[in-house]
Design a protein around this ligand. Structure first.
Ligand SMILES: Cc1cc2nc3c(=O)[nH]c(=O)nc-3n(C[C@H](O)[C@H](O)[C@H](O)COP(=O)(O)O)c2cc1C
Length: 192
C-alpha cells in the first residue's frame, strides 16, 4: 500500500458518521431541527454524546439559551426530511411543520424531540469546546426514547431493525452487512 501525504490536512478523511437530527427550541417555544453529520458517543458512564455545530448556526444560539438539546436518529425512509432540515434554517420557518415531523414532548429538558424518529435522546449540555468554525457540544444523555419497532421480542435493542443513514463524504449511505462481533480476535487467529 502506498499512502499519499496530504499537504493541507482535512477532517473529511474521517468516515463515515451517523446522520442525526438535533432538536432545540427558542425562547418563544418554537421548535427547531438541525441536521448533523459530525457526532459521536463520548463516554458511556455518564452517558454523553458530542455534536459539532457551526459557530454561526441559528440552532447553536437556541441550545446555548436552553443549555439542552435532543439527538434524534432518523431511519432511511426519513432521509428527505433529514436533508430538508440540513438545507433550510429555522430562522425563517418552523422546520417541524415544513418537514412533516411531530413534536414529542421531552421529560427532562426544554428542547422537544422528534416523535417519528425511532430513537430520541434528551441531552443536557455539560460542556462546549470551542475549536474553530464549529463548537463541540457535549451533552449528558438524561433520557432515551426508543420505538418498540427496533426492539426484539424480549424488549432488547436490535440494531438490525434500525435502518440508519450514514454520511459518507457528501453522500448518504445505508449500512452494509455485519462483519463480526467485537473482540473476535480473542478467539480467532489472524487471517493469512
Ligand atoms: C447531511 C448534512 C450534515 C450536516 N452536518 C452538520 C454538522 O455536523 N454541523 C453543522 O453545524 N451543520 C451541519 N449541517 C448543516 C446544517 O444542518 C444546516 O446549516 C442547517 O440549515 C442549519 O439549521 P439552523 O439554521 O436551523 O440552525 C449538515 C447538513 C447536512 C445536509
Amino acid at each position: 500500500m502506498a499512502k499519499i501525504t496530504m499537504q493541507s490536512p482535512s477532517s473529511r478523511f474521517f468516515y463515515p458518521w451517523p446522520l442525526s437530527l438535533v432538536s432545540c427550541v427558542d425562547q418563544a417555544g418554537k421548535p427547531n431541527i438541525i441536521t448533523i453529520g459530525a457526532s459521536s458517543i463520548c463516554s458511556s458512564n455518564p452517558p454523553t454524546v458530542g455534536v459539532a455545530i457551526g459557530t454561526m448556526q441559528y440552532s447553536l444560539t437556541l441550545i446555548n439559551e436552553t443549555r439542552d438539546f435532543g439527538v434524534n436518529l432518523p431511519r432511511r425512509d426519513q432521509l428527505w426530511q433529514a436533508d430538508f432540515c440540513g438545507c433550510n434554517s429555522g430562522r425563517n420557518m418552523n422546520k417541524f411543520e415544513a418537514a412533516g415531523f411531530t413534536v414529542q414532548e421531552p421529560t427532562k429538558i426544554k428542547a422537544p424531540l422528534i416523535a417519528e424518529c425511532p430513537v430520541s435522546m434528551e441531552c443536557k449540555l455539560v460542556e462546549t469546546v470551542h475549536l474553530g468554525n464549529h463548537d463541540w457540544l457535549i451533552g449528558e444523555i438524561v433520557a432515551v426514547h426508543c420505538d418498540q419497532s427496533i426492539l426484539d421480542e424480549k424488549g432488547r435493542f436490535d440494531p438490525t431493525k434500525t435502518d440508519p443513514v450514514l454520511c459518507f463524504w457528501n453522500e448518504y449511505w445505508s449500512i452494509g452487512e455485519k462483519l463480526k462481533s467485537w473482540h473476535y480476535a480473542r478467539t480467532e487467529p489472524r487471517p493469512e
